[in-house]
Design a protein around this ligand. Structure first.
Ligand code: ZN
Length: 119
């Protein structure tokens, strides 16, 4: 069984990787230099990915904590803002009541309703 001829018929690393069985692929790697180089490159990439995995996982965990914190903040905000919204009319009146004299006090021209007069 001499498969050295295969050197001449190489469909490229990707297609060999997809269509050859593991055994044939390993054999082809021994015979084909360009595929062997490509395979080494792929191994390096996959090793890099393996090394990076714990970091990716750690980051994902951090994101979950962040999400929980956001949900908690949103819950706090909602429970705080509901009473504010219920009192919104009163607060609006207070703001008007506070602002109206202020404009006059500042010596700005006001109309008969106490609003700032713009000419
Ligand atoms: Zn090849």
């Amino acid at each position: 069984m001499d498969k050295k001829q295969n050197n001449k018929i190489c469909n490229g690393y990707e297609s060999n990787y997809m269509f050859l069985s593991d055994e044939d692929f390993q054999k082809h790697l021994e015979e084909c230099e360009s595929c062997r180089k490509e395979h080494e490159r792929m191994q390096k990439v996959s090793n890099l990915l393996k090394e990076a995995k714990p970091y990716i996982k750690a980051k994902r965990k951090k994101n979950q904590i962040l999400k929980a914190a956001c949900a908690l903040a949103l819950l706090c905000f909602t429970s705080l803002s509901v009473p504010i919204m219920l009192n919104a009319d009163k607060i609006y009146d207070d703001v008007i009541a506070m602002n109206s004299p202020t404009i006059e006090e500042m010596g700005l021209p006001v109309d008969e309703y106490g609003f700032l007069l713009v000419e």
